[in-house]
Ligand binder design. Structure first.
Ligand code: DQQ
Length: 702
């Protein structure tokens, strides 16, 4: 007879499962147990993997799910305070302290604008306008003043960002180190202050510094302290607990300061130590900005232990007439590969970059050149565009920048402080001032051989939402074309412009003396420009910020391209900067003109030709805000039509908020994640052994 239920054990007529032998009963049980144990083992292994992944990502992504936009989170300060053993001023009242020459740094330049005193906010500002200015995906603290980026680094799965911060107000003063961490350089957790001004050697301010990661993975931080006597000295600090991925607590070396101004250097002209790099002798080398008379210089020191230093004769470099060099940066770039290099890399395949922040004009200049390790000097490739007199990182507002080597993605990343172009009165009304650029990758431009390329880190693209494409739009001479993309306050725009080749050949009206600043802005027509894009414009164009190209032609028929941003019609308000920014941009034969613009409320960051020339502007419209801001193409040239192809993404808001009570559970995950990495495999092995022992016992039954 055919068994109709072959997978069930045979039953007796009385319904019991007694059969002729025990083996017949136990065999299927063993099969089930084996399958069960196998599945259990696989499940445990999967749980281990998922658990580790989750513990690493839950804090950011879990919280992201509950975070909508920056505006839905009341901005709460996170403070360490006396309870945590550090002295911190708790008063939120602005003490009226402002940046000043007596402190060795320049005053904010726009304290008096258009005859309006710095502490009076004129018409037409209202809270809607001022609130709109806060950005959605640029890093900024919850409130108060921020300036230079400090000690950026990647450690134990987290990007760390420290910054010059005034916990007491929206103007420079009482400077300490703010601290935030991120998994992706875009979404951030604010952490407690990393270092406060609690020692005689930094009582007047915990000023700018840099991180060095030692070969054993440990971190040392060198920073400038302004002493009780306002002398600028260099100090050493390190994480209290290297096993804390958040690096919350910092310890200052008990023997600080480790460096004081050398003979011949004024006590207030000795600041901002760089990341250290290794010499072939195995010593660490750093450079520190200074000046002698009006000559900007960079002093060089060797050290074996970051405690004792030997000053080298001569300087890394010096350029007369450039004044005090702040925030010097020194790093190699690869001539052969599209990747970043650790600061210690040297050899024939690299060029070295020197960047200085000129205190006299508050701009960041760089130059490419050759580093001579033996005497610790650097020679520019082109003396006519030496550092401080040639190329700038950015032709808008961008200062005190600093790079770091991101060993996570083999890239060099640039951070820069973006100040305000409005009045101090407005800053105080808003309760905050300044933000940081979107971090930019830095590469040597192999195609030109004369400049760097800066480009927003790829992670910013994770904020891209819906996009709209406009293919080959004809923009006739003298026309404006609206681009219907909805609200224009948070955008990522890429555009390419094809020129009419015949027009380029035929064009008259040469203008080789053109400069963005003197060229009359976007409203002044030339034969071959200006043309480009209008952002933060209202429907009637009563407010607009043109980002544009202008092509000048010399009497020999050679073309020279400029990339500019014109702020003169950016706002109806009387008390904001309305400069015209920009400079020359190298364009190689057969290249179309291309630009990328990141619009984030009051900031417009613009990149031409893949990042050869960059302009960052702060824009404070009164009409073109929220849903009223629009995007247009425009062409104010008289002798050429341009064909524009544009793609525009709406951008989401980044997740930037304090690491607070809500994250405690995740904090527990963080604390337990290290032991879990150890314990989970042990759990897995114990479970497997138990299963096997159980199978063994069952088989014994047979
Ligand atoms: N900012 C710091 C100085 C640095 C200046 C003080 C550059 O260390 O020279 O806040 O903005």
């Amino acid at each position: 007879m055919v068994d109709t239920k072959p997978l069930l054990p045979a039953s007796n007529s009385d319904g019991s499962y007694l059969t002729g032998s025990r083996v017949n009963i136990l065999k299927p049980i063993k099969v089930y147990l084996t399958i069960f144990c196998g599945l259990l083992a696989i499940g445990l292994f999967a749980a281990l993997l998922i658990g580790n992944y989750w513990s690493d990502n839950a804090r950011i992504h879990g919280s992201l799910a509950t975070s909508t936009s920056k505006r839905t989170h009341p901005l709460r300060p996170v403070s360490r305070g006396p309870a945590q053993g550090v002295s911190e001023k708790t008063s939120g009242i602005w003490a009226g302290v402002s940046r000043g020459p007596t402190q060795g740094v320049s005053e904010k330049t726009n304290r008096v604008r258009a005859g309006v005193p710095w502490n009076i906010l004129p018409e037409p500002w209202n809270s809607t306008m001022l609130e709109w200015q806060r950005t959605a995906f640029h890093f900024q603290p919850e409130k108060n003043w921020m300036n230079d980026p400090n000690g950026p680094l990647f450690y134990n799965g987290w990007y760390h960002f420290f910054y010059q911060y005034n916990p007491n107000g929206a103007v420079w003063g009482d400077i300490v180190w703010g601290h935030a961490v991120s998994k992706d350089l875009i979404n951030w957790f604010h952490l407690p202050l990393a270092m406060v001004a609690d020692q005689w050697y930094d009582k007047n301010g915990v000023w700018t510094g840099s991180a060095t990661i030692l070969p054993d993975g440990k971190i040392v931080m060198l920073y400038t302290g302004s002493t009780t006597e306002a002398v600028q000295v260099q100090n050493l600090a390190f994480p209290a607990n290297h096993s804390d991925p958040f690096l919350i607590d910092w310890v200052k070396y008990h023997g600080n300061p480790v460096l004081v101004p050398p003979p011949g250097i004024y006590k207030k002209d000795f600041r901002d130590p760089t990341t250290a790099w290794l010499t072939s002798e195995g010593k660490w080398r750093i450079t520190i900005g200074s000046k002698r008379d009006k000559t900007g210089i960079s002093l060089v020191y060797d050290t074996k232990d970051f405690i004792n230093y030997e000053m080298l004769e001569g300087e890394l470099h010096a350029v007369s007439g450039t004044g005090m060099w702040e925030c010097v940066d020194f790093f190699p770039v690869s001539k052969t590969e599209e990747k970043g290099l650790d600061t210690s890399i040297n050899g024939p395949e690299v060029k070295h970059v020197v960047k200085v922040s000129l205190d006299d004009d508050r701009h960041d200049y760089y130059a490419l050149g050759t580093y001579h390790e033996k005497n610790g000097s650097w020679i520019p490739d082109l003396p006519e565009i030496d550092v401080g007199i040639g190329i700038r990182y950015d032709y808008g507002i961008f200062y005190a920048s600093k790079t770091f080597y991101d060993q996570n993605k083999n890239r060099r990343v640039l951070w820069g402080w973006i100040g305000e172009g409005d009045s101090e009165a407005a800053d105080m009304e808003k309760g905050w001032a300044s933000l940081q650029s979107i971090p930019r990758t830095i590469l040597f431009d192999n195609n030109t051989g004369t400049n760097l390329l800066q480009w927003p880190v790829e992670e910013i693209e994770s904020l891209r939402l819906n996009s709209t494409e406009f293919e080959k739009v004809e923009v006739k001479a003298g026309s404006v074309v609206p681009l219907d993309v909805g609200p224009g306050s948070q955008l990522d725009i890429i555009a390419e412009f094809e020129m009419d080749k015949e027009a380029l050949k035929k064009a008259t009206g040469s203008n080789i003396t053109f400069s963005c600043q003197t060229g009359g802005g976007a409203a002044k027509s030339g034969a071959l420009g200006p043309f480009g894009i209008l952002v933060l414009a209202d429907e009637s164009l009563s407010e607009q910020t043109p980002v544009y190209f202008y092509i000048a032609k010399d009497s020999d028929g050679d073309l020279k391209t400029f990339f500019c941003t014109d702020l003169s019609r950016s706002s109806k308000a009387p008390d904001v900067d309305k400069q015209i920014f920009g400079s020359y941009v190298p364009v190689l034969k057969d290249e179309n003109l291309s630009l990328r613009v990141l619009v984030d409320h009051s900031i417009v960051e613009s990149f031409a030709q893949g990042g050869r020339t960059v302009i960052t502007s702060r824009i404070y419209p009164t009409e073109a805000i929220d849903g009223a801001s629009r995007v247009f193409l425009f062409n104010n040239a008289t002798e050429t039509c341009v064909i524009a192809s544009v793609k525009i993404w709406q951008m989401d808001s980044a997740f930037i908020r304090p690491y607070s009570d809500d994250d405690d559970k995740d904090d527990d995950d963080r604390k337990s994640s290290a032991p879990c990495l150890l314990l989970c495999p042990i759990n897995y092995i114990v479970s497997c052994v138990t299963c096997l022992y159980f199978i063994y016992l069952v088989s014994k039954l047979s």
